[in-house]
Write a protein that binds this ligand. Structure first.
Ligand code: PHE
Length: 344
């Protein structure tokens, strides 16, 4: 019986050593230490032994069981450790793999130009004003010295919603609204960026919807030279330090006198090229001294207060600045166009 037990121990230890996974190991445990296992069997047969042999065999059986038990535990710990390591190895993240590029969005070129212009004017003490795109005929035209039936209304073909309400054709109604809010007291110093709408057929230089930035300054002693100095600073900031501007007489019902403003050509420096069509100058905006009628209608005393106003199209500015040949590019959301302005 003693040999039998020693043999069992040897067998079990061999199998434990061979077990290469936890399942097999558990099978070995059940086979040798289970209730129906051979050791239990031996112990059961102890009744047949002589009283001298019994304690000896009993002690040996316990030793064998403990030896198997501890070999099992040791092996189990080893297999568990191996399993964890295998898992770690298979789930490891390879930090040396190159990352997947993240697609970055960017500001639309128009937004960029508008923000650049806003920055400049904010730096000169202007605040930003906004107004509704669906506007009253009164603010879009009448308050700007364009009564009903005025021929100059034809300059801006309009989308009417009712007889009195339309999509604003320019940002100038924000002038009228802002002055009204000031209740006859200066100073007023604002720029108003925003969308405007005209009944134009879309082509390379026309769009039924586009953007404008309006500027307005009203205070005592505002002169045309203030307008000129302001626009000069603007032209240098947007088109380069060496730029000059010039005024040409023009007409707007809401300004008197009115001017078109040209900037010296940034392409040829004023010598004449295809960008400036040989003239050395490029038209960039309309401006003038606020018409006394407009001041009076908004509640300002035109004997005490004077002002200047200007209106420009960021599309035109952006087209000139970046050499864009078709206004429709701004609205077609073609990434091949838009991505050219990424982090420029
Ligand atoms: N509102 C004019 C336009 O859209 C531009 C302008 C604004 C001209 C202010 C003079 C003064 O054509």
């Amino acid at each position: 019986m003693k040999e039998q037990l020693q043999q069992l121990q040897q067998e079990a230890l061999e199998k434990i050593a061979q077990a290469s996974d936890l399942k097999t190991l558990n099978d070995v445990r059940v086979a040798y230490l289970g209730k129906k296992g051979p050791i239990t069997e031996v112990l059961r047969g102890m009744g047949k032994l002589s009283p001298e042999e019994r304690p000896m065999i009993g002690a040996l059986a316990n030793e064998v069981r403990e030896a198997i038990q501890s070999a099992l535990e040791e092996k189990q710990a080893k297999l568990e450790q191996e399993e964890i390591e295998k898992k770690l190895a298979s789930e490891a993240i390879d930090v040396t793999l190159p990352g997947r590029p993240v697609r970055l969005g960017n500001h639309h070129p128009l937004t960029r130009v508008i923000e650049e212009i806003e920055d400049l004017f904010i730096g000169m003490g202007y605040t930003i004003a906004e107004g509704p795109e669906v506007e009253k005929d009164y603010y879009n035209f009448e308050a700007l010295n364009l009564p009903k039936g005025h021929p100059a209304r034809d300059m801006q073909d309009s989308f009417y919603i009712t007889e009195e309400i339309l999509l604003r054709t320019h940002t100038s109604p924000v002038q009228a609204r802002t002055m009204e809010k000031h209740k006859g007291r200066g100073p007023v110093k604002i720029i108003c960026p925003g969308k405007v709408y005209r009944r134009d057929n879309d082509d390379a230089t026309h769009s039924h919807q586009f953007t404008q930035i309006e500027g307005l300054v009203v205070d005592e002693n505002i002169r045309m030279s203030d307008l000129k100095g302001t626009l000069q600073a603007f032209a240098k900031k947007i088109f380069g330090e060496d730029r000059e501007i010039r005024f040409r007489p023009s007409f707007f019902p809401f300004t008197e006198p009115s001017v078109e403003v040209d900037v010296s050509c940034f392409n040829c420096g004023g010598h004449g090229c295809n960008v400036c069509k040989g003239t050395g100058w490029i038209e960039i905006l309309g401006a003038g001294m606020v018409h006394p009628n407009v001041l009076e209608m908004a509640g300002f005393d035109s004997k005490k207060y004077t002002g200047f106003a200007f209106g420009m199209g960021p599309e035109r500015i952006a087209m000139l600045k970046y050499g864009i040949d078709d206004i429709r590019h701004f609205y077609q959301n073609d990434l091949r166009f838009l991505q050219q302005f990424n982090r420029a």
